[in-house]
Design a protein around this ligand. Structure first.
Ligand SMILES: *Cc1c(COP(=O)(O)O)cnc(C)c1O
Length: 410
């Protein structure tokens, strides 16, 4: 450790494995058969980078995308070209009207109020974008209430003005296949849909695809499963590969004495003489402050506990017990196939861990994407099966990781 041995940067890296993203897409496709896949790429594709993610999915054959806002849709339009459908989940609003029309985005209509507003907009332009109709079946978040929807379904003029291509709803408890709300929502959804026999239906998010055929209808809307996150309470049933790895460079290695304290607020006191790696990644990069003195990263597949408070640009980990080579410029791994463990350790969920990823991260998407104009041939998917192995061993009982059902991504 007398000299920095290799070339390295102080900047943390987010490695996004697009081969594994495509693997996950194909795995969902295989599971849902003829149902279409509408990829949820809202919130910058869950923090992974909407442009690169959507282009890779487009290359895999995806032509339907969901975002939350018109602004996200506008950005996406540049990535996926004119012949993809982009739906805006949060619906149309007066201020977004121009963006929706300009980028040919399809609003999801969530209420009678939105329906009337968009019918008015549609009436004032040539070739207005088609829509999807969202009905609430038990989430009580967005979507038409049962009564509102009845009124809407009877109003043929309003219905026709909106050109609905899909009727959709969203499951509240899909991760738990035993939850009674799933079947309730399913029957409510079918009852509502029976009022309009001609419109294709969509109900399932990633977790919903595991509830079986009756939940899949004509389109599923996966997000987290594409990005390598477990969606259900039975991860062992899920066929996914790791997509996201956060790599932090070791900036300094220091030996501290028993009784020394670490970092802001001196929140950690060394119980023994220790070796500490100071890493170039902090809460600005998506390592939660809540993981201070709680979370873990891995070095050479060994769990290294976070010690002291996570600061903006720096996190410290205890590497005393790592016996493999340790050096400045070496790389410590966050996320990877331990995403759910890291999340549960601090009481959050994999979705939030992903969307927290910071803007400062250097983003490494592997080999540059070829400009895609047509779906990639099947062989591309086949070759993606032999991608690099996952970054960490399962378990970490030693370091305190929960085992997450003993399951581990490939
Ligand atoms: C985000 C979202 C999804 C995707 O959910 P995942 O759990 O990430 O698969 C699907 N449908 C709607 C309405 C959503 O808001």
């Amino acid at each position: 450790m007398s000299h920095p041995p290799i070339s390295y940067s102080t900047r943390p890296t987010l490695r996004v494995n697009l081969d594994n993203l495509r693997y996950n897409y194909e795995a969902i496709k295989a599971r849902v058969g003829t149902a279409k896949i509408g990829a949820c790429v809202k919130a910058d594709a869950y923090g992974l980078g909407a442009a690169q993610i959507s282009r890779a999915l487009y290359g895999a054959g995806c032509r339907i995308f969901f975002v939350a806002t018109a602004g996200e849709g506008k950005i996406l339009r540049d990535s996926v070209g004119p012949n993809s459908a982009i739906y805006v989940l949060n619906g149309p609003s007066p201020r977004d009207k121009g963006v929706l029309l300009g980028a040919k985005l399809k609003p999801v209509i969530n209420s009678l109020e939105q329906a009337r507003f968009w019918a008015q907009v549609s009436g004032s332009v040539n070739e207005p974008p088609y829509t999807a109709i969202h009905i609430d079946t038990g989430m009580n978040r967005l979507g038409f209430s049962e009564e509102e929807f009845k009124e809407f379904a009877r109003d043929k003029k309003l219905w026709n003005a909106l050109n609905p291509e899909w009727v959709m709803s969203h499951l509240a408890c899909a991760p738990d296949s035993e939850h009674p709300l799933n079947a309730k929502q399913l029957s409510k959804f079918k009852r509502a849909a029976a009022q309009l026999p001609m419109t294709p239906l969509s109900l399932a998010n990633t977790a919903g695809t595991y509830l079986g055929k009756p939940y899949q209808f004509q389109m599923v809307r996966p997000g987290i499963g594409l990005y390598g996150g477990y969606a259900t309470t039975k991860p062992e049933q899920e066929d996914i590969k790791t997509v996201v790895t956060l790599l932090a460079p070791i900036l300094q290695i220091r030996n501290i004495n028993k009784g020394d304290t670490l970092g802001y607020n001196a929140s950690y006191t060394a119980p023994r003489d220790m070796q500490i790696a100071v890493l170039g990644a902090g809460y600005a990069d998506g390592i939660p402050v809540l993981s201070s003195n709680k979370g873990y990263a891995t070095l050479h597949d060994e769990a290294v506990p976070i010690v002291g408070r996570v600061s903006m640009d720096i996190t410290m980990v205890d590497i005393t017990d790592v016996h493999m080579h340790k050096e400045v410029g070496g790389v410590v791994v966050f996320r990877g196939d331990q995403l759910e463990n890291e999340a549960s350790e601090i009481g959050t969920i994999n979705y939030e861990m992903l969307t927290r990823l910071g803007q400062r991260l250097r983003r490494d998407y592997g080999k540059p994407e070829k400009k895609e104009t047509a779906p990639k041939p099947k062989s591309n998917y086949q070759s993606s099966k032999s991608t690099r192995p996952s970054t960490a061993k399962t378990g970490f009982q030693k370091g305190g990781y929960k085992k997450n059902g003993g399951q581990k991504r490939r």
